[in-house]
Design a protein around this ligand. Structure first.
Ligand SMILES: [Zn+2]
Length: 489
């Protein structure tokens, strides 16, 4: 199992898989070209993987051997070239890259830990805004008109991630941009984008058993019909004010003895909990054929005041045994916001930064490449023991990547496995750093070497002296290692 996991879901095989999928993207350009589309796509992934603050900052890595060794990029394009290559591409061409990484998770046997109910996985969907400007815009920008006549241009996307109440990581699938469609004068809406996204997901994963969890906007008849057509179960938020007819039926069910109520005391948090559920209710008067089951969860404090209340409609059969489990599933919807969008915005990915808008699709392309880098990171966090060991040394993701970037800057590594090895085994790095700074490095004495199980191709990519040579300036950057280790400073 461990060997399987390393074979598929550690960083290096994942990047190889993604690169192979990127190789299949058709080239729209005519005539000779200096940079391949694959290199442009992989450069975008590398920029977001390393959490560089801008395209300009990433440009400093153009001649870095690590780009070749770790991210498998033959030639890093200039910022202008990168924009020109990525801008005209159809963002849907990136979807197979997500699928390829997802297949690796399946092959490694890592997906069952996300199984939620009767072999099905929770798929949480939500929309978010990620790019906003009063000046920079493209034809697919959404527009917000203000009272003073000003226009704000912005982009949104619908994200879809596999979640589980007991798992900290999420597994993102390819998102869907909310953009102005051809021929439309009004802004596209989140509901249309969700529809497109769910249809694409079913096409890409025809046999994946899914339970879609969404907020109250989704508990409408057309959407529920779509989910049924796509063979997806659902747990959808349900605001009582938006479903008066449904709530009247819940009230009516009580005297008819069709409403089941469960009570218990949570001694750890000192709150009283209550679950109520009833089956076979009509969603609303306009759609008498759409039947749903209703599930409600309430918490009250010792004084009897309600402190939390959630309700959902679902097509799953609710029982005394699974009611709390389904409540936890409904509440796991928040992971698409807390563990996905908030992580992208606040933990180093800089989701809201404008890395380049372009004239066609560049803004969407960068957003999707960032989500792809996030997918690779999440798989590392969930499956890769080596990455987990590095993660465990720091309190935040941001600190982990600061550390990795620092190593990246000072040394040439054979692979990410090699780099993580050095991060975990700090002693080997300290031994390497004991060389007085004004003395030329001696490759044969270095302790920074590729791991014994590094692929042959890794070793071939790496000239011996580059494996071992700390770059000049190492002693000026002792921030990433004990200052005392550098005897020359
Ligand atoms: Zn735009």
């Amino acid at each position: 199992m461990l060997v399987q996991a390393r074979k598929y879901v550690s960083f290096d095989p994942l990047i190889q898989t993604v690169r192979h999928a990127a190789n299949q993207i058709s080239d729209h350009r005519k005539g000779p070209t200096n940079y391949s589309i694959t290199d442009a796509v992989m450069s975008g992934i590398a920029m977001f993987s390393l959490k560089d603050p801008s395209l300009l900052a990433f440009q400093e890595r153009r001649n870095d051997q690590n780009m070749k060794n770790i991210y498998r990029i033959e030639n890093v394009p200039s910022d202008t070239q990168m924009r020109e290559i990525l801008d005209p591409l159809d963002p849907d061409q990136l979807r197979p890259l997500f699928q390829a990484a997802f297949r690796n998770v399946q092959r490694a046997g890592a997906l069952p830990s996300y199984t939620f109910h009767q072999g099905a996985y929770l798929l949480s969907l939500d929309g978010t805004e990620y790019d906003s400007s009063k000046k920079v815009h493209c034809p697919s920008c959404l527009q917000r008109r203000h009272a003073n006549g000003q226009i704000t241009y912005y982009h949104q996307m619908v994200g879809a991630v596999l979640v589980h109440p007991d798992q900290r990581q999420v597994i993102p699938l390819a998102p869907e941009p909310i953009i102005k469609q051809d021929g439309q004068t009004k802004n596209d809406c989140e509901r249309n984008a969700s529809k497109r996204l769910l249809e694409k997901i079913r096409e890409e994963h025809p046999h994946l058993k899914l339970i879609v969890v969404e907020d109250g906007l989704a508990s409408n008849a057309p959407h529920i019909r779509l989910l049924r057509k796509l063979r997806m179960n659902f747990i959808l938020g349900c605001k009582p004010d938006d479903h008066q007819h449904l709530m009247e039926q819940v009230v009516q069910a009580s005297p008819e003895d069709r409403l089941t109520t469960l009570h218990w005391h949570d001694s750890q948090r000192d709150v009283w909990c209550e679950i109520q559920y009833v089956h076979h209710l009509v969603l609303n008067q306009s759609n008498p054929d759409v039947l749903v089951n209703f599930l409600r969860y309430r918490e009250s404090n010792a004084a009897g005041d309600c402190v939390a209340r959630f309700s959902w409609v679902t097509d799953l059969t609710i029982t005394e045994e699974n009611a709390l489990h389904l409540v936890r599933g409904g509440r796991a919807r928040w992971k698409v916001e807390n563990e996905t969008f908030n992580t992208l915005k606040n933990q180093g990915y800089q989701f809201e930064h404008n890395f380049g808008h372009g004239d066609e699709n560049l803004s969407v392309m960068f957003a999707m490449l960032m989500m792809l880098a996030f997918l690779v990171d999440q798989i590392q966090e969930h499956c890769c023991g080596q990455f987990q060991a590095v993660r465990g040394k720091f309190t935040s993701r941001r600190a982990v990547w600061d550390h990795i970037r620092s190593h990246f800057r000072h040394f040439v590594f054979a692979s990410m496995e090699h780099l993580l090895c050095v991060c975990v085994d700090g002693a080997s790095l300290r031994r390497a750093a004991t060389r007085p700074c004004d003395q030329p490095p001696r490759a044969q004495h270095s302790s920074i070497r590729p791991p014994p199980n590094a692929a042959k191709s890794d070793r071939e990519l790496l000239p011996r002296q580059q494996i071992s040579r700390p770059r000049s300036g190492l002693h000026r950057s002792c921030g990433s290692m004990p200052h005392s280790a550098c005897h020359g400073c």
